[in-house]
Ligand binder design. Structure first.
Ligand SMILES: CC(=O)N[C@H](C=O)[C@@H](O)[C@H](O)[C@H](O)COP(=O)(O)O
Length: 228
């Protein structure tokens, strides 16, 4: 069974901890991934070679690897260069996710160059996009999956709402790659809506693995923190 078909119809859990979180340790991310596997998830998304290696040791799920790095002069932060992707493969990543927007990349690399270089190594690419045009372009360039990771919330009144409309629009466009819903999916209802809109898989991060953000949200409602 191909790695892409293993993800069909399932939940991918993003096991990442932001800088400054006490959870930002490979062993903690590996425990999160094991819990995700036990729960029935079909894949894991993880950042950096150390986390990926620990997760591959701890569970059998396919791992989508990313490297988050801010390079001066470029706004591309998710796996900006091929050199960022290669150590993730050495660590055991099964797929590479990368920012597939059309923003300038460090060193002048193009999304299509990265997809071709990884494809030549037999590595499928998940293209993170924020709009329909870049999604169609990435699929045309050979991305194995197109994910709505970079889409802003479609409603100003609810900044936490996922962009299900982009999932639907891509899925109904005859796109050459399966569409993955990612970004602000936080409830079983939202996951079901994404599949109804045509998603191939759904990625959930914060709502499962960011204990710090989840606890802060609830603490903010207490008199002890809000002062109310
Ligand atoms: C935009 C960006 O950098 N997204 C990152 C991509 O890896 C992660 O910070 C998100 O947690 C991930 O996409 C899952 O989304 P959510 O945490 O909303 O379920």
């Amino acid at each position: 069974m191909s790695v892409i078909s293993k993800l069909a119809g399932g939940l991918i859990v993003s096991c990442q901890a932001p800088v400054g979180s006490p959870l930002r340790q490979p062993a903690v991310m590996a425990a999160m991934a094991s819990a995700a596997e036990l729960a029935g998830a079909v894949g894991v998304r993880a950042e950096g070679a150390a986390d990926i290696a620990a997760i591959k040791d701890a569970c059998t799920l396919p791992v989508i690897g990313i490297r988050k790095r801010q390079v001066p002069g470029s706004d591309v932060r998710i796996t900006p260069t091929l050199a960022d992707a290669l150590p993730l493969l050495d660590a055991g990543a099964d797929l590479i996710a990368l920012d597939a927007s059309d923003r300038p990349r460090p060193g002048g690399e193009r999304v299509s160059d990265l997809i071709a270089a990884l494809d030549a190594r037999g590595v499928p690419v998940m293209a993170d996009v924020g709009d329909h045009r870049c999604g169609m372009a990435a699929a045309g360039a050979g991305a194995a999956l197109v994910a709505t990771t970079l889409a802003p919330s479609p409603t100003a009144s609810d900044p936490d709402a996922p962009d299900v409309g982009l999932v639907r629009r891509l899925a109904e466009s005859g796109i050459d790659a399966p569409v993955v819903a990612e970004g602000r999916y936080a409830t079983p209802e939202a996951v079901a809506v994404a599949f109804a809109a045509g998603a191939y898989a759904v990625v959930v991060g914060t709502a499962i693995t960011d204990t710090l953000a989840l606890a802060r949200r609830l603490c903010a409602a207490t008199p002890a923190v809000s002062g109310g």
